[in-house]
Design a protein around this ligand. Structure first.
Ligand code: FES
Length: 301
């Protein structure tokens, strides 16, 4: 591709990012996504929390592979490949449903220009899906030429959606998680006075360049990494409810006991640290690998 062509594509993407007209359909889509991901179980399943990796990019391979294979059969398979091509188109349609659901869940965690790009990406893919449904029906009725033509147009829509999907991941870092921070030294760090910590109120500190959030829950002090593993949100500005901290940016929730994910979009748990109280001072250190460690309790409790 010439430099001019690349410039034109990048200009088109910038226009999409700045097109505020796309915010209106975004609002409607947010309501649908909110209903879909209301339960933690569904949000975690669609985000890929159970996989430790985002689910949507993995699923996209299935419909893209099926529809591309069908197009190859359309081109070079001849009459014998008619049934095989139709089945591949149908399989791609079935696979596109969970793929779109996972994509909608990821879309829900985008904002501004990133979300506008994601809206157009989703629209292009939805158009491709509808065209493939039309192609599959035409294939069943024996309208081979029409079906092949519709599938070719669907692949063009899919390519446009794929270009924007690549832009979302590689340029805008959508779905790219933050690597978890751990304390670099194997020692107890002095932090703050026990009395300085208010009940269920996150308190942010930095130890050796690592943000840490301390939370007092009754007589217990919890300490976990203060940078959200989803996209680096400040957990010290989050909220705490029943020993679970919620990120202020996209609502990931982590258990304070061990940093485990309660609710996606995060797919990587937070490192949790060991705590103790010495002479009224809260001390923190990294937990030994595989050790659930301990949280400090108030002296005398
Ligand atoms: S940064 Fe996205 S949920 Fe925390």
């Amino acid at each position: 591709m010439t430099l001019t062509g690349t410039d034109a594509l990048q200009r088109a993407v910038r226009r999409i990012e700045e097109a505020r007209a796309l915010d209106a359909p975004g609002t409607a889509l947010r309501a649908v996504a909110g209903r879909l991901t209301r339960s933690n179980e569904m949000k975690n399943a669609l985000s890929g929390t159970w996989l430790g990796h985002r689910l949507h990019p993995l699923l996209t391979d299935v419909p893209i592979g099926a529809w591309t294979s069908a197009a190859v059969l359309d081109l070079v398979g001849g009459r014998k490949a008619t049934v095989g091509a139709r089945r591949l188109v149908g399989f791609g349609i079935l696979a596109a449903v969970p793929t779109a659901m996972a994509g909608l869940s990821d879309w829900e965690d985008t904002y501004g220009g990133e979300q506008r790009t994601a809206t157009v990406h989703a629209t292009a893919n939805a158009v491709a899906l509808l065209l493939q449904v039309a192609s599959w029906r035409a294939r069943r009725r024996g309208h081979g030429l029409r079906a092949r033509t519709i599938s070719a147009v669907a692949l063009a829509a899919l390519a446009a959606g794929g270009y924007l999907g690549g832009h979302l991941v590689y340029n805008q870092q959508t779905g790219v998680d933050e690597p978890p921070d751990d304390l670099p030294q194997d020692r107890w760090y002095d932090t703050v006075a026990f009395d300085q910590l208010a009940e269920d109120r996150p308190h942010g500190i930095t130890l050796d360049g690592v943000p840490v959030v301390l939370v007092r829950a009754g007589a217990t002090i919890h300490a976990i990494c203060g940078r959200c593993t989803h996209r680096g949100g400040p957990l010290a500005e989050g909220t705490v409810d029943v020993r679970v901290i919620r990120c202020p940016w996209h609502g990931s929730e982590f258990r304070l006991d061990d940093g485990a994910i309660v609710r996606a979009p995060a797919t990587t748990p937070e490192p949790a640290y060991e705590t103790r109280v010495r002479d009224g001072l809260v001390q923190v250190r990294a937990r030994a690998s595989g050790d659930r460690g301990a949280e400090a309790s108030a002296p005398g409790s």
